[in-house]
Structures are given as C-alpha cells and as structure tokens.
Design a protein around this ligand. Structure first.
Ligand code: HEC
Ligand code: HEC
Length: 360
C-alpha cells in the first residue's frame, strides 16, 4: 500500500489518467456514418425521396376530397398562370411563384396589386413541394394547398379579386366554361378554381441529388455534403426540418433560445445592438407568426439555395448566416465556420428539377 502511494507512482497515475482523458470524455466529434447508414438514418425517420412515377405520387399526395385527374391538373396549371384572375389583369400565381426560380420571386417582400408590398413584409415561400406540408403559410393558417389558393386571389395587396368577380371573368371565356364542365361536371365556381389549382400544385415536386443519394446512388452527393447531412441529421436540424419536403411538418418557435436579452426586457440583434422589439432579428412588418407568439410553420428546405432572401420577412440574404443563426438560436450549439460550410453544401443537394410525371 505504502509503495503504491509513492509520489512517483501517483505522478505516473496522473499522467496515464490525463493521457486517457480524451477517450473517457464523451466525444464532441461528429459520428461518421457509412453511406448506407447515413441513408438509413434519413429514410428511417421518413425523410424519403420524391416519387418519380405518377402512381407513386398519387399514393403520397392524392386528396380524397379533390381527386387528381389529368384534366384537372391541366386546368389548374392554366389557372396558376392566368392573369385574368387579378383585378388589373396583370398578376398570376406564377408572378410571385416562378417555377424556374425556386418557386418564389427572390424578393425580400412580395409585391402584388398596383405595386403594393405585403403589409406584414412577408417573403413569398416556394410553391415547389409545398403540397407535402401539413399546413400552409408562414403561420400555418391554411390546412392544404386547396384552401391556401383562395387567399392570394382575394388579398387586396396580391390579386385583389372577389370570388364572384373571378367566376364572372372566367365565365366570359368559353374555353373555361367547357373545361370546368368536363373536369367538375359543374359550372365554374370559386371552390372549383381552388381545387383545380390545388390538384396542379400537388404535381409540383422536385427531384435532385439528395433524392438520388437516398435512392441508392452514393456518388450523387460529395463527401463534404455527406458531412453536412450528418450534422443536419444528428445535431437537431432534422427535428424541425423533416419529412419528404424537409420542412413544413410542424409549427415551431423561432427563435427558440433567446438568452438573457429576453429576461432583461431588451432585445439584442445578432451584432449585439439593442433593439426595442420582441423579435431579436431585423423586425420588418411586425409579423410574429401564429397567435403572435413567434411561432412559424417550419419552412421547406428543398430548393433553399434558390430562394434567398430568407426568413418570413426576407431579412437575411446569405444561407451561411441563416445556418449560423439556426445552429445558435434553434439548437443552442453554434456551428463552426467549417460545419456551416458543410451544412450549406448539404442544403445545395436539396435543389432539384420539377419531376415530369407521365400523367395518364
Ligand atoms: C403578390 C405575390 C403573390 C401572389 C400573386 C401569389 N402568392 Fe402565394 N404567397 C405569397 C406570399 C407572400 C405568401 C406567404 C403569405 C403568408 O404566409 O401569409 C404566399 C404563400 C403561398 C403558399 C404557401 C406555401 C407554404 O409552403 O406555406 C402557396 C402554396 C402559394 N402561395 C400559392 C399561390 C397560388 C396558388 C397563387 C395564385 C392563386 C399565389 N400563391 C399567388 C405571394 C404571392
Ligand atoms: C426548433 C425548430 C427548428 C430547428 C431545430 C431548426 N430550424 Fe430552421 N427554421 C425553423 C423555423 C421556425 C424557421 C422560420 C423562421 C422565420 O422565418 O422567421 C426556420 C428557418 C430556416 C431556414 C430559412 C428558410 C427560408 O425559407 O427562409 C433555413 C435554411 C433553416 N431554417 C435551416 C436550419 C438548419 C440548417 C438547422 C440546423 C442547424 C435548423 N434550421 C434547425 C425551425 C427550426
């Protein structure tokens, strides 16, 4: 016993203990997955690839209350691009939701009827893949794309039309009278306008490198993107941005962690400037989400690299800065610049092309 406690022995134990310390403490390193394990990690939590065949699409997205048919989808496409549905006959859904620009308008705030900006300074979200969401709009107030479509047509700062005006305008065109008759077996109604547009939106899904990887192609995404995907799946981003659409499945608080600034009754911007506002980032338009409680429908991250500027108010231009804010305020674990780069690389793999469904 005496011998064991000899200072040399103790020193030796201390040295051995220190040498072993890195192995005893929980590792801060990110787990490394094989390609198969990484894919499995996503798929097992319902982060599935976009279906490529029409019958698979119907399985995922057909609406029992608004069955998709080829004629209905074609009519919806025409209406989505129809400027007659706006007061001054100059704005269509496609004016703010450009399908070849990521499904939005790339403006910080949407501009509608007679150049009016959205009064809440709201950014246009993408329509691509939005039919996969569990709720629509920044505060999730519409339950599906059919319900959503009625909003912008009537909003005074978007298309500014009354439902009966829409019906009158379309009724004046024989092509619409016969198409509605064929599709709905009924005269034109505002409800059926919403339904046709909704059926079309259900086909607006995009397939990209991320889906190729999930479908088994290991070389579809880079090693750096795989490290980013690992961070995304293991550090908590997936907790909110999940499902086939990588978002849109729930309503969540943002910012989740507001630190001291909240308790002291003053709000700090990321650069620590004090701002007298309940929203710690640039607060344009005063929109505070569902019930004014900083609750937002989690955005869909597919095609995110093409839909800058970001957040409900379009306040942040750089995707890197968004990822930094998310890691700090939603996870409470600010990513290093290297990790941010990797996650951005992963997010780029979520870009995709519209699937050309062979609809028959
Ligand atoms: C003036 C620009 C503008 C026009 C025109 C417009 N939108 Fe939008 N769209 C927006 C904005 C802004 C939002 C977010 C509004 C909100 O959350 O309150 C939005 C939200 C949406 C969403 C919800 C997406 C999601 O994931 O939450 C869908 C779907 C959509 N629009 C489809 C349409 C359709 C269909 C039309 C035509 C009937 C249309 N939009 C016309 C700007 C526009
Ligand atoms: C607790 C839920 C939650 C977590 C965790 C979370 N987010 Fe978010 N994320 C949101 C919400 C809510 C918004 C919308 C905030 C707003 O618009 O004001 C958002 C917005 C975003 C946006 C901008 C989307 C757009 O269209 O403007 C990106 C990109 C994003 N998150 C990526 C991430 C990444 C990467 C992580 C992990 C580091 C992450 N998020 C973690 C809830 C979350």
């Amino acid at each position: 016993m005496k011998k064991l406690l000899h200072p040399v022995t103790i020193t030796l134990f201390v040295i051995i203990f220190i040498a072993l310390l890195p192995f005893l403490l929980p590792s801060k390193e990110v787990k490394i997955f094989t390609d198969d394990a990484l894919r499995q990690k996503a798929i097992s939590t319902n982060m599935l690839p976009i279906p490529k065949r029409y019958d698979e699409l119907l399985n995922v997205l057909d609406n029992p209350k608004n069955r998709m048919t080829p004629q209905k989808i074609a009519l919806g496409k025409e209406l989505f691009n129809e400027k007659l549905m706006s007061k001054d006959k100059d704005i269509a859904c496609a004016t703010c939701h450009l399908l070849d620009k990521g499904g939005d308008d790339n403006l910080a705030v949407a501009i509608g009827h007679r150049g009016l900006a959205n009064p809440f300074h709201l950014n246009s979200p993408t329509v691509l893949n939005s039919a996969l969401a569990k709720a629509e709009f920044w505060n999730g107030r519409a339950k599906d794309v059919e319900e959503q479509a009625g909003g912008p047509i009537q909003a005074p700062f978007e298309m500014n039309m009354k439902p009966n005006e829409v019906v009158q305008r379309l009724d004046a065109l024989p092509k619409y009278v016969s198409k509605f008759q064929e599709v709905f077996n009924a005269p034109i109604s505002f409800e059926n306008v919403r339904k046709a547009i909704g059926a079309y939106e259900r086909t607006l899904l995009t397939y990209g490198d991320y889906d190729r990887f999930l479908d088994g192609n290991n070389s579809a995404i880079s090693a750096k993107a795989k490290r980013g995907m690992t961070l995304f799946l293991t550090k908590g981003c997936k907790g909110c941005h999940t499902g086939m659409s990588v978002g849109g499945q729930s309503i969540q608080t943002f910012p989740l962690r507001r630190y001291l600034s909240d308790y002291m009754g003053m709000i700090l911007e990321p650069n620590l400037r004090i701002k007298a506002s309940p929203f710690p980032f640039e607060n344009r338009g005063g929109f505070l989400g569902a019930d004014d409680r900083l609750k937002f429908r989690v955005p869909i991250l597919r095609n995110i690299s093409k839909t800058a500027p970001y957040f409900h108010n379009g306040a942040v231009k750089e995707l890197k800065e968004v990822v930094r804010i998310m890691s700090k305020y939603q996870l409470g674990n600010e990513f290093t610049p290297k990790q941010i780069d990797e996650v951005v690389e992963f997010l780029k793999t979520l870009d995709g092309e519209l699937v050309e469904y062979k609809i028959e």
